[in-house]
Design a protein around this ligand. Structure first.
Ligand code: GAL
Length: 436
C-alpha cells in the first residue's frame, strides 16, 4: 500500500442533495422457504466466550470525526450526547476512545496512563463517567511497539502492548474497560506472527476475568490485509476485513488499500458472511453516517448494507451537531433489528452488476431482509424475484419497507424505483395477511 493509515482524515466535500424517490413494490413472486432454519454452525466461537458479542457490538468511536484531537471533555460530551439523542436507547451502548489517548511514556513500572494534559482526570475516572450513564467504555491499543498514530509520526512515543500484554490487559480491566480495539498497523509481521500476537492479548484479556469485547484490526498498513484472507473467529469477537473506511460512496478500488469507500467494502466484506455468527463478526469498519463526504441517500444505503452484513454499528459522527435526518438513519429500529437479528447470519450477495446490488439475509423465525441498491449514477428501477434470491417458492408473503414503514402483501417481484446510490430495504415474511 502507498503509506501509513494516518490519523488526520482529509475532509471531503459533501455530496449532492438527496433526491426524492419513488418506491414501487410490484406484485409477483418473492418467496420464502417456510420451516425451521438450520442453526448457525461450522465455526468455533471466539475463545473469549460469546456473551459480550452475541450480536454485533454497537457504539460510538472518536476516530472518524476527531482523529488524534481528543480529550476527556470531548469524550464525556459524546457520552452525554449518546444518551440525550436517543442513540443509547436505540442500542449504541459503548463509547470507544481510539488512538492518541495515552501518555507517550509508560511510567517507571511500565504502566500506561492517559495523556496528563488532555485526560487529566485519568482513564479510570473517564470510564466511571461513561459507566454512570449506563454505557460501556472502549479503548484503543496495538499489539506492536507503537500505535498507528505513533507509527505515522503523528503522535510521540512507542507505547504499544508488545511485551506488556498482561500488564496492559490488567490495567484496562482495572479501569473498567469493556471493549478493546487492538490495531496491528505495521507493514511487518507474517500471518503466524499476527495470530500469535493477537492470541496473546486474547489470553491476557481472558486472564483478567472481565468481560471485554475484543476487536482486532490485522490490516492497516499491512501488505497482506490478513483480516480479509484469514478467518479470525477463534481469536477475536470482531476482526476488520478492510483497510480504513473513508466517507465516500465508491472509489472503485480493487486492492483493499487505504481509503475504502462504502461500495469497495461491500464488494469485499459482503462475500465473507459465511465465517461470521454470534460471538464472531466480520468488521467492515466503523460507520461514516453523518461524516461529511456522502449525501443522505448514500448514508441510508451505507447503514442498510452494514445491517445486512451483520456489521458492528460503531458511529463516528459529531454527535452534538447531528442533524435530525442523520439521527433518524442511525436510530432506525427496523434496520437495527436486522443488524442485531439473533440468528446472526450475514446476508448473501444475490446480484452485483455495474448498476445493481441485491442482498438477502435469513433472519430468526423465517423472515428475510432484502436490499435493492441502485449503484449506478442515474435513477433506475431495481428488481428481484424469488429465483433471483435463491429462495424457495411460497404462495404469498408480506413485505415491509424498513425506511418508509409501508407494508403490503405480494406474490411477485420486488421492485423499487431508486435514485442514484439509493437502497430500498425490506423485511419479508412468509405468508400474506390472510395466513397470519
Ligand atoms: C487505523 C485504524 C483506524 C484508527 C487509526 C488510529 O489503523 O484502522 O480505525 O484506529 O488506526 O490511528
Amino acid at each position: 500500500m502507498s503509506g501509513p493509515a494516518h490519523p488526520s482524515r482529509p475532509a471531503r466535500p459533501s455530496g449532492p442533495a438527496p433526491r426524492c424517490r419513488t418506491l414501487t413494490l410490484l406484485a409477483a413472486a418473492l418467496v420464502l422457504a417456510a420451516g425451521p432454519l438450520t442453526a448457525v454452525g461450522g465455526r468455533p466461537a471466539a475463545a473469549l466466550g460469546n456473551a459480550v458479542a452475541a450480536t454485533p457490538p454497537m457504539g460510538w468511536n472518536t476516530w472518524n470525526s476527531f482523529g488524534c484531537s481528543i480529550d476527556e471533555q470531548l469524550v464525556r460530551e459524546a457520552a452525554d450526547s449518546l444518551v440525550a439523542s436517543g442513540m443509547k436507547d436505540a442500542g449504541y451502548d459503548s463509547v470507544i476512545v481510539d488512538d492518541c489517548w495515552f501518555d507517550p511514556r509508560r511510567d517507571a513500572r511500565g504502566d500506561l496512563h492517559g495523556d496528563p494534559e488532555r485526560f487529566p482526570s485519568g482513564m479510570k475516572a473517564l470510564g466511571e463517567y461513561i459507566h454512570a450513564r449506563g454505557l460501556k467504555f472502549g479503548i484503543y491499543q496495538t499489539p506492536t511497539d507503537r500505535t498507528c498514530a505513533q507509527r505515522g509520526h503523528d503522535y510521540p512515543g512507542a507505547t504499544g502492548s508488545q511485551g506488556h500484554e498482561q500488564q496492559d490487559a490488567d490495567t484496562f480491566a482495572a479501569w473498567g474497560v469493556d471493549h478493546l480495539k487492538y490495531d496491528w498497523c505495521s507493514e511487518a509481521g507474517t500471518l503466524d506472527e499476527q495470530i500469535a500476537a493477537f492470541t496473546r492479548m486474547r489470553d491476557a484479556l481472558r486472564n483478567t476475568h472481565r468481560d471485554i469485547v475484543y476487536s482486532i484490526n490485522p490490516n492497516s498498513y499491512h501488505a497482506d490485509k490478513t483480516g480479509a484472507t484469514y478467518d479470525w473467529s477463534a481469536v477475536a469477537h470482531l476482526w476488520r476485513t478492510t483497510e480504513d473506511i473513508t466517507s465516500a460512496w465508491d472509489e472503485h478500488k480493487a486492492d483493499n488499500s487505504y481509503g475504502m469507500s462504502v461500495m469497495d467494502i461491500v464488494h469485499l466484506n459482503g462475500r465473507l458472511g459465511h465465517q461470521a455468527g454470534p460471538g464472531h463478526w466480520n468488521d467492515p469498519d466503523m460507520l461514516e453516517v453523518g461524516v461529511p463526504g456522502m449525501n443522505e441517500t448514500e448514508y441510508r444505503s451505507h447503514f442498510s448494507l452494514w445491517a445486512q452484513m451483520a456489521a458492528p454499528l460503531i458511529a463516528g459522527n459529531r454527535l452534538p451537531a447531528m442533524t435530525p435526518a442523520v439521527r433518524d438513519i442511525l436510530t432506525n429500529q427496523a434496520v437495527i433489528g436486522v443488524d442485531q437479528d439473533g440468528l446472526g447470519r450475514p446476508a448473501r450477495i444475490a446480484v452485483d452488476s455495474d448498476t445493481e446490488l441485491v442482498t438477502v439475509r435469513e433472519l430468526a423465525g423465517g423472515d428475510r431482509s432484502v436490499t435493492l441498491t441502485n449503484t449506478g449514477d442515474t435513477a433506475a428501477t431495481v428488481s428481484t424475484t424469488a429465483a433471483g434470491l435463491g429462495i424457495a417458492e411460497a404462495p404469498s408473503y408480506t413485505v415491509r419497507n424498513l425506511w418508509t414503514g409501508a407494508a403490503g402483501s405480494t406474490t411477485g417481484t420486488l421492485a423499487a424505483g431508486l435514485a442514484a446510490h439509493e437502497t430500498a430495504m425490506y423485511r419479508v415474511t412468509p405468508g400474506g395477511p390472510d395466513d397470519r
